[in-house]
Design a protein around this ligand. Structure first.
Ligand SMILES: [Zn+2]
Length: 107
């Protein structure tokens, strides 16, 4: 389980790009080179959008409990992959989930 933020998505974009395109050809390789030139500690989601051409690599993530989109979500389950069992929850839904446990509900 890990916290996914806008910054964590940006910091991991090069690693994720390499995972998605392990043997990049011309255009994917060019994109990789541009991503590698970014200072990922200060780059914005718009910087990634301009380089990649879409906003799917960094941005608000869906909470699969309440269906809202949030800058921070908790990823639970298996590492995301084809047919992996993974979901994402917002802080509010995690707090609601904690209250389902009887001992914690009394605190
Ligand atoms: Zn939620």
């Amino acid at each position: 389980m890990k916290l996914i933020t806008i910054r964590s998505q940006i910091l991991e974009v090069v690693t994720r790009w390499k995972g998605q395109y392990p043997k990049p050809k011309t255009d994917k390789l060019a994109t990789l080179r541009k991503l590698q030139k970014l200072d990922l500690t200060t780059a914005t989601e718009n910087d990634l959008k301009e380089i990649i051409g879409n906003s799917s690599w960094a941005g608000p993530r869906k909470c699969y409990e309440c269906q809202g989109y949030f800058d921070e979500v908790l990823q639970v389950g298996e590492e995301p992959d084809y047919e992996a069992c993974t979901t994402w929850l917002c802080k509010n839904c995690v707090e609601k989930a904690l209250k389902l446990f009887p001992v914690l509900a009394e605190v």
